[in-house]
Design a protein around this ligand. Structure first.
Ligand code: ADP
Length: 494
């Protein structure tokens, strides 16, 4: 291998180093640069000769660079500097190096720059700095309490949120074992064992999971927290970072919800029991009632031939009241049918006006104190369960008569409205308070004010509304207290 001269040594170094090396005239113009300089900043060497170095330095760094260069020249020394160059494409290249003064007897004064490209390192450093900053911000003002403990359970870090949640200031707890601060008595032993188990086996069932557990406040009360623990090994020792948040409010809402659900379930069960009882009781009562009615009718026919009028009168009463009782029991059975979804309709096509007239005629026979006045009776075809519809009309008219004592008339109207027939029943009775009008179709609902003066179970309108709904119609009421009420129902016209 041929021996190289000093010059060729330096030339080789100059050309092959990855550092950026350049020589500037005293004015700051480029005299020459090494290949690494051109390669790093993206220039061909001929492009840069004679140009000012400041064309290649990032604007915010120029002032500092100039100062350093001036100092180097005046003090004939080298100045350490970190500066940023700009590539031809405008990218930043961070250089860490020095500007040096350089003088040769027979040559003009130069400055020389030697810079190492540290862009990647600086970017990495900046990233670390940023994440440290973020971590610090999170530690200081994040939504969670952050507590760091070591293998000996000693508290190393306790952030401001932990101070708020647990009531202990950081300097009260740092260095203390965690179990003496926020761990409730019942968990202390398990905590110790868990830690020992982890150190021995590396297994920690609660690590890297979120669990709900209770903790103790400085004032002594226990409350629910959300807890997740991560572990890291630093300088040969395990550290445990716990993130905790107070979930008292959420727990309260959850508990209230569970309580409410339980109450709801209980009342539903109670309702079901009630319905079951009503159904069984009605069935049981119906059998003897049918027998009473049968015997009353038999006795009535015998007494008719014997001619005792008083007995006949009494027996007729027995028969009538047995009939009423039968209607009540049927209504009760309907309520449980509705509840179990077993109220079924048998539909048939009818002329509404004829049907209404028939029902009103038979109703007039038993409604002695009130005259049923038909103002309008539209002729339309509908498909209905006649028995059930008669039940609805009977119920509304009986109510109209019952709740308008001393009045003389009930006005009935049947009017076509669009695709429906709307039938209304107007009485001039006691009326219904405005705020209660929406409740009268509820099961077992009765307006308090009437309860003591008028008998009833509060189920007639409930059954009526279910029947009308099943026909695809609507039922509603309008009323003015003390002046009377109008009950309406509508049915779709065929
Ligand atoms: P009830 O057996 O109590 O009459 P309903 O279900 O038929 O049961 O009616 C429910 C409640 O609606 C009644 O208790 C009464 O307070 C009120 N109500 C029904 N119809 C009328 C009416 N025509 N005038 C005034 N109040 C009425």
């Amino acid at each position: 291998m041929p021996k190289l001269s000093h010059d060729s040594h330096f030339k080789d170094l100059f050309e092959n180093t990855s550092d950026l090396i350049y020589f500037l005239t005293i004015e700051g113009n480029i005299e020459f640069v090494n290949p690494a300089w051109g390669k790093t900043l993206g220039y061909e060497l001929y492009e840069v000769a004679g140009k000012s170095i400041y064309d290649f330095i990032h604007f915010p760094c120029i002032k500092e660079y100039k100062l350093a260069r001036t100092k180097a020249i005046f003090e004939k020394t080298r100045i350490e500097l970190t500066t940023t160059f700009l590539t031809k494409n405008g990218n930043e290249v961070v250089g860490e190096g020095q500007i040096g003064y350089f003088e040769n007897k027979d040559q003009p004064v130069y400055t020389r720059g030697v810079f190492k490209n540290v862009t990647a390192r600086k970017a990495a450093e900046r990233k670390i700095e940023e994440s440290e900053k973020r971590l610090k911000t999170f530690f200081k003002s994040g939504p969670d309490a952050v507590i760091v403990i070591n293998e000996h359970q000693q508290i190393l870090e306790w952030n401001p949120k932990a101070e708020i949640i647990f009531g202990f200031a950081a300097d009260e707890v740092i260095g203390k074992p965690l179990s003496e601060t926020i761990i409730p008595d019942q968990y202390r032993e398990a905590h110790k064992k868990g830690m020992a188990h982890f150190l021995k086996t590396g297994e920690g069932p609660v690590l890297n999971k979120t669990i709900e557990i209770t903790a103790v406040h400085k004032k002594g009360h226990e409350f629910y927290i959300n807890l997740s623990i991560s572990n890291v090994k630093m300088e040969g020792e395990w550290l445990f970072i716990a993130f905790l948040s107070d979930i008292t409010e959420r727990k309260k809402t959850e508990e209230a919800l569970i309580h409410k659900e339980a109450e709801l379930l209980q009342s539903k069960l109670l309702e079901e029991k009630k319905d079951e009882f009503i159904s069984i009781a009605s069935h049981e009562l119906k059998t003897p009632l049918t027998t009473i009615k049968a015997y009353a009718q038999l006795a009535l026919s015998i007494s008719k031939s014997n001619g005792n009028e008083l007995i006949q009168k009494y027996l007729t009463k027995v028969d009538q009241y047995a009939g009423k009782l039968n209607v009540l029991l049927n209504e009760l059975l309907d309520v449980s049918r509705i509840h179990s979804g077993k109220l079924r309709l048998t539909l048939a096509q009818i002329e509404m006006n004829l049907f209404l007239s028939e029902v009103l005629t038979s109703m007039q026979q038993i409604t002695q104190d009130h005259k049923l006045i038909v103002e309008n009776n539209e002729s339309v075809k509908v498909k209905v369960d006649t028995l059930r519809l008669e039940q609805v009309i009977t119920n509304i008219i009986s109510n109209a008569a019952k709740y308008s004592p001393g009045k003389e008339k009930i006005i009935v109207n049947s009017v076509k409205k669009g695709n429906a027939i709307v039938i209304s029943f107007r009485d001039f009775g006691i009326g219904i308070p405005k705020e209660k009008i929406n409740k009268i179709f509820d099961r077992f609902y009765r307006v308090d004010e009437v309860s003591k003066d008028f008998s009833g179970l509060g189920i007639g309108l409930f059954i009526s509304s279910e029947i009308i709904k099943q026909h695809g119609g609507k039922i509603w009421a309008e009323s003015i207290e003390g002046e009377g009420s109008i009950f309406y129902f509508s049915l779709p016209i065929l």
